[in-house]
Design a protein. Structure first.
Length: 334
């Protein structure tokens, strides 16, 4: 089957080609991100393979459907960037990769927590200049600290279990509690209790209309002073302006982000020769207690292999007209 693959980097092509056994699918790679304007590249291919920051709104999906496309194959887990109702109306099937390596993301979140706490990013720079002073590098023991996990699906549960093994007290919130949490001493509480009690809060829920700006001025005000906030999930979960104000006042003591509300204009590109116009992002970079990575939590060899293999399986299932085990439909939004 002919498949357009938008927004690809060399590493995407390497892993997708390896998983495309015997060249079964004809993969038409484009550097361009998918949006209403670039949708014209679809041509007569029946499927489009898209990624996290592609703009799959009503207009863009309409442009796809008008060219005869019938499948949107996301090569990611999140589907918040796809207007699923529009897809349904247009008769476009949408599939995703529900799990590729929850360990990759959980381990990255843990790495951010430890790096930020012990200021390893700052120590690395200092030592390169012959500065061996410890002043400003003081951290805290994770052991005995209360960690709040928001969303205990695949990723959140792995992080919760790992932090519990490190001696943290784990509190979690999820509308669908998983009894596994209690097996390693974790406890489900309501969100306000997480805001009130947690020294470290890590977000692992999807971005939905309900979870948009879950972390906002009001919720931040209820948090412990000096709290560490970690977001490896989706940028829209956090109100960036409110977080900046809280960093300035000291209400938030540490911030780690792998995702950012306006990341679509920045992440995955080398912009080192350009003037970045996003003032909020530039301001965040100036804080010594902010650590940002550019949506790389998923970026391990195992995860890319799994993404590529599941994407090929999704394409083949569609081509064969059978059931689509990884289909996402508009009723997932309820
Ligand atoms: P999952 O679907 O296994 O778990 C999500 C959990 O969040 C579920 O248990 C669900 O009940 C819960 N949830 C839904 N709405 C909630 C709310 N309002 N408050 C609290 N919990 C809520 O998903 P998984 O695989 O654990 O991924 C979590 C998120 O991580 C994804 O939605 C995606 O946005 C993000 N992600 C980020 C990556 C990165 O590279 N930074 C890579 C992969 C996923």
């Amino acid at each position: 089957m002919r498949v357009t693959v938008f927004g690809t980097k060399p590493y995407d092509r390497t892993f997708l080609d390896a998983a495309n056994v015997a060249g079964r699918h004809k993969l038409l790679y484009f550097d361009e991100r998918f949006n209403e304007r670039t949708a014209v590249l679809q041509g007569d291919a029946p499927a489009a393979c898209l990624f996290v920051n592609d703009t799959c709104d009503d207009d863009a999906l309409t442009a796809l459907a008008q060219q005869g496309c019938r499948l949107v194959a996301l090569r990611c887990a999140g589907f918040n960037n796809v207007d699923l109702r529009a897809a349904q109306r247009l008769g476009l099937k949408v599939v995703h990769v529900p799990a590729y390596s929850p360990f990759a993301v959980a381990e990255h979140a843990l790495g951010l927590i430890l790096c930020l706490n012990r200021k390893i990013h700052r120590a690395y720079n200092r030592l390169r200049e012959g500065n061996f002073a410890l002043h400003g590098l003081l951290g805290f023991d994770m052991h005995g600290r209360t960690v709040g996990i928001v969303g205990t699906g695949k990723i959140g549960m792995i992080l919760a279990r790992t932090l519990a093994a490190m001696g943290c007290r784990v509190l979690a919130y999820d509308p669908y509690p998983n009894p596994q949490l209690m097996q390693f001493g974790g406890a489900y509480v309501e969100l306000p209790e997480i805001w009130k009690s947690a020294d470290v809060i890590s977000l692992h829920c999807p971005l939905t209309p309900q979870s948009h700006h879950l972390v906002n001025a009001a919720s931040i005000a209820r948090m412990k002073r000096g709290v560490m906030l970690v977001n490896t999930s989706r940028g829209g979960l956090v109100d960036t302006e409110a977080v900046i104000q809280a960093l300035k006042s000291g209400q938030i003591g540490h911030l780690a982000l792998d995702v950012y509300e306006q990341e679509a204009d920045l992440f995955f590109e080398n912009l080192s020769d350009t003037i970045i116009q996003d003032d909020q992002f530039q301001l965040l970079l100036t804080f010594p207690n902010v650590l940002i990575t550019g949506h790389q939590a998923y970026f391990t060899a195992q995860a890319l292999t799994n993404i590529a293999e599941t994407t090929m399986a999704n394409l083949t299932a569609f081509e064969q007209g059978g059931p689509l085990p990884n289909e996402v439909t508009a009723d997932r939004l309820k």
